[in-house]
Design a protein around this ligand. Structure first.
Ligand SMILES: Cc1ncc(COP(=O)(O)O)c(C=O)c1O
Length: 446
């Protein structure tokens, strides 16, 4: 295990904790099973991706059958049927968002799909004869690991080792910091931009901001951004890597908003974690910038992007979502989870707030307590009780996330939330009395 670099952690951190699952050997439904045969409810759906649960034979078969026929088709010169079908599925699902069809670029991951969106925005600016180099992203955001995605991620620590990478990025106050002051912080940010708005190629935002504490963005906040983008010809890019595919109770989280974005990025739930696949959907009208004579093509594509097996699985995800009525199940179960978490909020003084939507929630800890210790303690006790809240909870010390597989039944959710309740009820006094937390490495300045 020491040679398998768990790069989000200090490796010893994982080894030291005897009750954490270390090597996962199997998984079924909402449960992962470790090398000792112990089973844990997966409270974070892998990494917000195993939406339809583990060991789904329909998804595995869809991939296997597609790969048996054709395991690879070079995206540089030929198409393949599962990819064509998936592009149609994505485009159709986005008609209500874009008010038109879309063109879809396939990648291997969310990060690459984000970079694809950024490159497209820059390319469109040039084709329009403009010189837009800047992007606006949100405070406390995370969009991935590649050079571009890291550059537009402001979550503490993202760029502490590397510096700013692509430097022309501004970070806007996020909705959590704005709700209390009627969006004044956002309006002031826009009023005092250090550059001209005509230098901005794109603005990227998630409908529920994950790293900002799973905070659903209010319509009014989104309207301000949308209106600003429309006024100055800035492309509005929606990151639905986490929020898409039913996580918020809709195909896309942005469906609920009365705005019209230009580009949407998807990954994770796209294949429910059964294959590596990302997708960047671009409004059809923007395609005109890349079609025409030989100078108009977009020199962009990934060898393994859009492989038949990955696309066939994603097509099956679309089918299963309907068959299993996933969106209505999430809406119903969302109320259950919200009610249970609100009860925790009322009962436990060390909880300062509950935030979230659909099946994407955060329990926030009071910042005058040692939330890192609280979080670590809770994580350890949950693991002992057979619940895996994901280790990086202790990194995001201020909050504990809850984002179970979307197929989790009411009974499963109640059972696991009973375990949360029991752990919260039995917290020892010590972490609750220690002073302000000390983020070990993640507070390094960006
Ligand atoms: C909101 C968001 N965007 C993009 C990404 C990057 O996706 P990937 O890890 O597949 O590269 C992530 C990953 O966690 C994410 O949470």
């Amino acid at each position: 295990m020491r040679k398998d670099w768990l790069h989000f952690y200090q490796m010893d951190f994982v080894q030291e904790r005897s009750n954490y699952p270390k090597i996962i050997t199997q998984a079924r439904g909402c449960y992962i099973i470790d090398q000792d045969g112990k089973s844990y409810f997966d409270s974070l759906s892998g990494a917000f991706c195993v939406n339809l649960g583990y060991d789904n034979m329909d998804l595995l078969d869809a991939g296997y059958e597609a790969a048996k026929k054709l395991h690879f088709a070079s995206p540089f010169c030929v198409a393949n049927n599962p990819a064509i079908e998936l592009a149609d599925n994505i485009s159709n699902s986005l008609i209500s968002v874009f008010n038109q069809e879309s063109q879809v670029f396939f990648t291997n991951s969310g990060s690459e799909a984000i970079d694809t969106a950024l490159k497209i925005a820059l390319a469109i600016s040039r084709k329009r004869g403009e010189n837009r180099r800047f992007f606006i992203s949100m405070d406390n955001s995370y969009h991935g690991t590649t050079f571009g995605a890291t550059s537009i991620s402001s979550y503490p620590g993202c760029r502490s080792q590397t510096g700013n990478l692509y430097p022309e990025v501004l970070f806007a106050p996020n909705s959590t910091s704005c709700v209390s002051n009627s969006y004044q912080a956002l309006n002031e940010f826009l009023l005092h931009l250090p550059i001209s708005p005509t230098e901005i190629a794109g603005w990227i935002i998630e409908p529920t901001e994950n790293q900002a504490g799973n905070s659903p963005v209010p319509q009014e906040f989104m309207t301000i951004i949308d209106a600003f983008c429309k006024k100055y010809g800035i492309l509005l890019i929606i990151d639905e890597v986490i929020t898409g595919f039913g996580r918020l109770g809709y195909q896309w989280g942005i469906e609920e908003y009365a705005i019209e974005p230009d580009i949407l990025v998807s990954a994770k739930g796209l294949t429910s974690g059964y294959e590596s696949l990302g997708a960047t959907a671009v409004k059809k009208e923007l395609e005109t910038y890349f079609r025409g004579n030989d100078d108009d093509f977009l020199m962009h594509g990934a060898t393994f992007g859009g492989r038949p097996a990955a696309c066939a699985i994603a097509n099956k995800v679309f089918a299963l979502q309907t068959e299993l009525a996933i969106f209505s199940q999430v809406k119903t179960n969302s109320k259950l989870v919200e009610n249970r978490l609100l009860q925790f909020d009322n009962r436990f003084p060390f909880i300062s707030q509950i935030s979230g939507k659909g099946l994407l929630w955060s329990i926030h800890f009071s910042n005058h307590m040692d939330s890192e210790q609280i979080n670590q303690h809770i994580t350890e006790k949950l693991c002992t009780a057979g619940v895996f809240p994901s280790l990086y909870q202790s990194r995001k010390a201020h909050a504990l996330e809850f984002a179970p597989p979307l197929i989790a039944t009411e009974a499963e959710l109640n059972e696991v939330l009973d375990k949360y309740q029991s752990v919260l009820e039995n917290l020892p006094a010590s972490p609750l009395t220690v002073g302000p937390q000390n983020h070990r490495i993640y507070e390094a300045g960006i």
